[in-house]
Structures are given as structure tokens and as C-alpha cells.
Write a protein that binds this ligand. Sequence first.
Ligand SMILES: [Mg+2]
Length: 245
Amino acid sequence: MPTFILDLDDTLIPNGVFYLKSILDYMSFLYEHQDFNLHLPNVSDLMTIIIKENRKLVEKNGFVITTHPSAYEQVYRNLCDERGISPISEEIVEIRHMGEFPFRVDYSRYGLLPGVRETLEFLLEQGDELIVATKGEVGEQRRKMEETGLFEYIKEENFHVGLRDKIEIFGGLWYNRTGDIVYSVGDNAEHDINDATIFGMQGIYIPPFRNRMKVPVFVNPERVRRYERFSDIRENYDLLVNNHP
Ligand SMILES: [Mg+2]
């Protein structure tokens, strides 16, 4: 019986677009700020600075929901420091509010990405096992599952959340499923595909909307398929599951 381990954010539900809105709002604030505007790096360099600050905090604390607002606050404080001006507490509140935007999104308004519902129904009809493995904070990831109705398709015991990555989840699932074909499906080459294929799983990579131009690096390319959209799993199903030694 094939098992599909599905990523959540930007595989089953929209997510990156909310981060993009948040970061653009924050950058607009900085460019419009009279103490900074004429002396800021260009858009792509400024974005890199913010993303690096975010990554530092993720490495320290994992994917907790305070990471994003704290990264915005830290970048703002650094900019103040460099200019010898004092941070303003009202501005910090405003900035953190922008950073919290993705966590205030009502996911029931957006639902599942196009083609996801039909494909999940199809896979269940085939008798396949569906699992969600996602990075993040448990409460927040669960909220998204509930608001988008995903628990209709995913059993409670098949919902797994990793604070930093999904390696332990993949390891546990893999060792319980000897002899089955196990696919890991996701938009992140490292966390969804490489961390799964190192155990022997098959990878199905569906590039995210925001960096389709980026060339992903796979550690086990012979076990990775690239599909353009989630519904391609259904379109190519026979070829996919009957094509293994
Ligand atoms: Mg994802």
C-alpha cells in the first residue's frame, strides 16, 4: 500500500504569500521611515538581512511563532544602533504586529490549494495512507489543519509536527513501513525531499510559487520526481505507483 507523507505549508495550503505580504509591509515601513529611508540597502539586500536574522532565530529556537516578529524587531534595533538613534517602543509594537500577520490569517477563508481536495479524495479511494508531516509550532499547524478541513482526510494519529525539521518524523514513519512505497511530497527540497530520501523514501517535489526559478539540489535525485502541481500526483498515478522495482 503506498503511503504519502504530505507537507502542509505551500503544498496543501497557501502560506508563503502571507509571509511575503508581511515582509513587504515591513520593508515599506522601513523605506518610508524618515530616519532610515535614504540610507537603507536596496530591496533585495534588505530582504536578505531580514531573512538571515530570521534564520538565526530559527536555529536558536526552532520554528516558533515569535521568531518572525522578533526578527523584524532585531533588524529595526540594529538599524537604530547603526545610526545612533533610540528605538521607539510604539514602532516596535507596530513592527511586531506586521511580523505576526501570517499567524493572524484565517485559513478557512483560503482553504486548500487548487486540486488538493480532489487529489486527496482520489488517493483515499485507492486505499493509500495519507500522513501530514510539517515544521512549526504544534498549535499553529493544528489550527491550519482545522480551519482548512484537512482532518477530513488525515487521521489525527497521522498528523506530525517537528519544531526544527522533519528528520525524526521521517525516520519513525520509515522504520514502521518496511516493504511499502513511501512518498514524501513537498515544496522544500531540503526539509521535504532530501531529509526523506536519505531514509530510502521517494520524493515528489512541487516547487513553491515564490522561487520557481531557484534550482533545487537533491541528494538522491534518482528517487525524486518533480511535478508542477499537486494534482499531477493523480494525473500520473498509475505511472507513479507501478514504476518501482
Ligand atoms: Mg512547505
